[in-house]
Design a protein around this ligand. Sequence first.
Ligand code: UDP
Length: 328
Amino acid sequence: MKLLVTGGAGYIGSIVAQQLLAGGHEVVVLDSLERGHRAAVPDGARLLEIDLRDAEAVVDAVAEGFDGALHFAAYALVAESVARPEIYYRNNVLGSLNLLDGLRAAGVQRLVFSSTCAVYGEPEVVPMDETTPTRPVNSYGASKLAVDGMIADECRAHGLGAVSLRYFNVAGASGCLGEDHYPETHLIPNVLRAAQGLQDAVKIFGTDYPTPDGTAVRDYIHIEDLARAHVLALEGARPSEHRIFNLGSGDGYSVREVIEAVRTVTGLDVPVQEAGRRPGDPPRLVAANGRIRAELGWAPTKSLTEMVADAWAFAQERPHGYAGAGTH
Ligand code: UDP
């Protein structure tokens, strides 16, 4: 298939693009490079440097015709989304509407969308399945939920076949492609930075959660397992249907358990500093992944240790990310 990958210069989009190329597909990456990295676009993919907020450019780009699209391009920092909601609605929601306009005009019939468990907010019942009420607690989650709603309506009205994958905590790396955000807010890269001495200590945000060791529990999923689900989702898109799947390993690990895994994998000391809770962080988020296992035949294959080991290999290869410290 000839596939459009928006955000294909970012962490998840680049690794999905790499898997699609390995599967024999033709890949065109659409990315503004505002937060993505040219060096992350896999060899063999064509890059269109376009911002999704530029409606005309997007419609023109999609007009060349595609068999399907995978849509990753978005802002994805929770704290920033609370401080500056307007940029999240403009980029994530309006950008997605521009993409849908382009796909409709060009007759593209398949879409896979990068959604998030942040649409569920602070759930009362964990593990969380797809019937969990959607009550986002930050503008990042709200913007992704708005796009899920737009996609559902697009499918009903115009026959698009779409799949939204609601990711839990994506981690690890894939060969020479990995995670390089600025600022870096995610746990595993920050623990690795502390192990490497690139930052003084890793902060543990909250030690008084109602969890066995008092630190927050998350469901970590290896980026390669996550990427594989996109290929299945693309094949599983059905005309006029919007299918939604939670995408996590189904296992929960606390912040302290992740730090311990880093100590074991790297053999290094990890200085830690206990700090207060980060606003909006729920105690425990774990996926019930029965639907994607049953309907798409997906299953996770990689452990937390493998996620940490692969992230560690990437961090050693590129201690300052793709382009050097503080730049992108
Ligand atoms: N966390 C932490 N220190 C850090 C970064 C994250 O203690 O430097 C905690 C955070 O509070 C959450 C978990 O680690 O409970 C995972 O956070 P991350 O930002 O990686 O993903 P999120 O769950 O927010 O999407």
